[in-house]
Design a protein around this ligand. Structure first.
Ligand code: TYD
Length: 208
């Protein structure tokens, strides 16, 4: 049987990494094999593209270049890692997927519909079976990130508040459009409350 494909989305500083660790632990406890990966990244080539994308010195990167590079990293990730593993029956847990491009490049950079089209081509139409979106207003997310010791803000995190507002709005639209697939969770709640909701989604998906 094909594995399940799970993605986690959230604005910067929404507690995504903590919840991803908890999902992984829970699935292992339930005797499910799960491979953890991230975007941009997940393969050697995609990780090289990631460096280009996040480097704060690439201030001059055009919006089109940025959108195509995220899609290029994703195409490699899907073809080399995600699809072959799903076909072998492994479950995949990814830190971000296409929804990020629609929110950040489609809404944040105002590139619109073309982002979904390019990504349909890049992924062959692959979508997660379930997406957990950790919602947090952007001013709270960035404030949390800044208090992390030694956290250097990347090129996207350095964007103006207005950009992050547009991304936030983009995720709201995505939640409306894909109400069946995306589970929106209020990330301002404590870690265990957030995870309880995620667990309910996992239990439904896996039939635990
Ligand atoms: P990362 O260090 O993974 O940040 P986070 O902990 O917030 O996930 O950096 C990924 C950055 O790239 C993040 O700011 C969101 C952005 N991004 C896009 O703009 N488009 C995309 O398609 C993806 C996958 C990420």
């Amino acid at each position: 049987m094909r594995g399940f494909f799970i993605s986690v989305e959230g604005s910067d500083g929404s507690g995504k990494s903590t919840q991803i660790r908890k999902i992984e632990e829970y699935l292992r406890k339930m005797k499910q094999e799960v491979l953890l990966t991230r975007e941009p990244g997940g393969t050697t080539i995609s990780e090289k593209i990631r460096e280009l994308l996040l480097d704060p010195s690439n201030k001059g990167m055009a919006a089109k270049t940025e959108m195509l590079l995220y899609a290029a990293a994703r195409a490699q990730h899907v073809e080399e890692f995600i699809v072959p593993n799903l076909e072998q029956g492994k479950n995949i847990l990814t830190d971000r997927f296409t929804d990020s491009s629609i929110a950040y490049q489609g809404f944040g950079r105002e590139m619109g519909e073309v982002v979904a089209e390019v990504n349909r081509m890049a992924t062959g139409g692959l979508l997660p079976d379930i997406t957990f979106y950790l919602e947090l207003p952007p001013e709270e997310g960035i404030a949390r990130k800044k208090t992390e010791i030694n956290h250097k803000l990347d090129r996207l995190e350095l964007e103006k508040q207005e950009f992050h507002q547009k991304v936030y709005h983009g995720y709201k639209e995505l939640c409306h459009m894909h109400a069946q697939r995306i589970m929106k969770i209020d990330a301002s709640q404590d870690i265990e409350t957030v995870f309880a909701q995620i667990q309910a989604g996992l239990d439904r998906l896996f039939g635990f």
